[in-house]
Design a protein around this ligand. Structure first.
Ligand SMILES: [Zn+2]
Length: 215
């Protein structure tokens, strides 16, 4: 098994409300050895740009292309393995989950019990996403605990991410994903998340952090 630390919830300047520049994000993540899922509000542009930037320079760094989308029922994160045509994305959560699954993408319910940021909460009993964000540093202890309880109850994979809107917040929570081989790609990472080979970590990442630590 190979263990990869990935912050699965990061906003860049493409979000409008974040100060994180793509170049700074990449430099920081390379320095500490952290992978990242770029999950801007309502756009995949930040994720695609970050992915292409890293490829162009041939950097050895995990970048998943994502977005945090507001649906009819609340917020959902969609993760893609690489830039793809996403001109049409359903606004209806049930259709969106099916749309994502048909294409091999991943759906994650971020901060499900945050009222202020449109958590999906009880809707997750009816519509099955691929994973639940059980730790988000900007949520209250109670909100995170309820997310953990729900993931346990539904038997869904658990992930964590920083929800960073500033560079110093990147890696304040992250997920350790285990893949079968050291020669892995983004498809292997998405498959591992789907299969629950994840450990949410609720403390800041630093180089040398034990990748085996749990939340
Ligand atoms: Zn967010």
């Amino acid at each position: 098994m190979t263990y990869i630390a990935v912050d699965l919830h990061v906003h860049t300047v493409y979000s409008g409300d974040s100060r994180v520049k793509v170049v700074d994000l990449v430099e920081y993540c390379r320095e500490v050895g952290l992978g990242v899922a770029v999950t801007d509000h309502e756009t995949f542009s930040g994720g695609f740009t970050t992915y292409r930037y890293v490829r162009e320079f041939g950097y050895d760094m995990v970048v998943l292309c994502g977005a945090e989308l507001m649906t009819n029922l609340g917020a959902v994160i969609v993760l893609l393995p690489e830039p793809q045509d996403v001109n049409y994305v359903p606004k209806d959560l049930r259709l969106l989950v099916r749309w994502a699954r048909d294409r091999g993408f991943i759906t994650i319910a971020p901060h499900p019990f945050s009222v202020t940021r449109g958590g999906l909460g009880e809707y997750l009993y009816d519509i099955e996403v691929d994973a639940i964000e059980v730790y988000n540093p900007s949520c209250s202890v109670e909100e995170n605990e309820r997310a953990m309880e729900l993931a346990n109850e539904l038997g869904l994979p658990k992930v964590a991410g920083s929800d960073a809107h500033a560079l110093e917040e990147v890696g304040t929570a992250y997920t350790v994903v285990s893949v079968q081989s050291s020669r892995f790609d983004n498809y292997d990472i998405l498959e591992a998340i789907r299969e629950g080979r994840t450990r949410p970590v609720c403390r800041p990442y630093t180089r040398g952090s034990s990748l085996y630590s749990t939340a």
